[in-house]
Design a protein around this ligand. Structure first.
Ligand code: AMP
Ligand code: MG
Length: 352
């Protein structure tokens, strides 16, 4: 398949820019597009055959449901039933934005989109290209991250091109995804709101709007029981994984740097290609391997935005071993550590 690649500037968006992409979606095709979280791979969510193409292109397990993207809050009522007041409270504060809400689904949402579940995940994205594309297409857009299943999510069009060129109809290059981590997922289909995936909208931010919110215990664990089943089916799969073996070092910063230097030297001396994920504050202190800076510890958002790109850069370099510092496990840091732990297959070394 020939994949059409177009460049669109979100600040100078013209209605005609997205006409071809919207038509492809209407006709059951696949279009990758930027959102403020990561790039999404879109298809008509109410068309089972179109949704199935997403699973084929990504190699995604069929029990892993898709998030349905809408362009107006009122679209909620078309897709979901028994919508609690809390859903509207959250939508009014955080939409458009990086929050996905799980609700009981209406019959029009096919099982092929929800992985057979009786619930549906819904998000109204903020990126103007995403939002205009959904509105222009006239369909609801199922869109998981536009990467091959298991790989780090794409935050730049070049990541999507690497994974999807030749497999989908179109890629819209709209520059870098500003946040760089997937949306926070909150389940409002039961009696208590539960966070199923941490993201840029934190527990505290949610609790400020709707009161008590729980967190799926499986995602809190640094050492998960392999038998434990997370409530978001996708969270059980290995994710965000670079090709090299990633290990997280945790502890006092000076000790972590010493331990990483020692390990990186050892591997480098034995002829291995080694990468180190450092921060602005520490990068000068690493002496072995390829040292890349993820962002500044003073600006956690820069670390979130840089995480997947750095993992992909190490893939390009065929790095065999990657060592990284760990980050504070609260607020946005909680989402960063959740992704980092998955990428590392929960390989963590505590330095004392
Ligand atoms: P992605 O779009 O690649 O970021 O993945 C979507 C995530 O949302 C996966 O972890 C899914 O398991 C989760 N998800 C989607 N729909 C539901 C649902 N109805 N119930 C629980 N989790 C869901
Ligand atoms: Mg994904």
């Amino acid at each position: 398949m020939n994949t059409l690649i177009i460049k669109v500037d979100e600040l100078m968006l013209k209605p005609q820019d997205l006409m071809v992409a919207a038509k492809i979606l209407r006709e059951g095709g696949l279009v990758a597009f930027p959102t403020e979280t990561v790039y999404g791979l879109g298809a008509n969510a109410l068309d089972t055959l179109a949704a199935r193409k997403i699973y084929e292109a990504k190699g995604r397990p069929s029990d892993n449901p898709l998030i349905v993207h809408i362009s107006e809050i009122s679209d909620l009522e078309v897709l979901a039933r028994e919508i609690p007041e809390k859903a509207y409270q959250l939508a009014n504060v955080f939409w458009p934005g990086p929050l996905t809400i799980i609700l009981k689904k209406k019959d029009c949402v096919p099982n092929g989109t929800t992985g057979g579940l009786d619930t549906v995940a819904i998000r109204l994205p903020a990126n103007p290209i995403a939002r205009n594309l959904i509105a222009e297409s006239g369909v609801y857009v199922a869109a998981p991250s536009a990467n091959i299943s298991g790989k780090p999510s794409p935050t730049k069009a070049e990541h999507v091109i690497k994974d999807m060129n030749g497999k989908i109809d179109m890629i819209i290059d709209g520059g870098m995804a500003t946040l760089g981590l997937e949306s926070t997922i909150i389940d409002l289909s039961g009696s208590t709101p539960v966070i199923l995936r941490p993201g840029c909208i934190t527990k505290v931010m949610l609790e400020n709007v709707i009161g008590k919110v729980e967190v799926d215990p499986v995602i809190l664990s640094k050492n998960p029981d392999p038998q434990a089943v997370p409530k978001a089916p996708g969270m059980k799969y290995r994710h965000y994984a670079p090709e090299g073996k990633l290990t997280i070092y945790e502890g006092d910063t000076t000790l972590v740097i010493d331990a990483i230097n020692q390990k990186a030297k050892e591997k480098q001396d034995s002829g291995k290609c080694v990468g180190v994920i450092a921060t602005d504050e520490t990068s000068d202190l690493y002496r072995f391997g390829i040292v890349k800076t993820i962002g500044s510890r003073k600006d956690e958002a820069s670390i979130a935005a840089g995480l997947y790109a750095i993992l992909r850069e190490f893939d390009e370099l065929h790095t065999e071993y990657i060592y990284t510092e760990s980050f504070a496990d609260h607020s946005l840091g909680h989402a960063i550590m959740n992704r980092l732990l998955k990428a590392a297959g929960y390989r963590i070394v505590k330095v004392v």
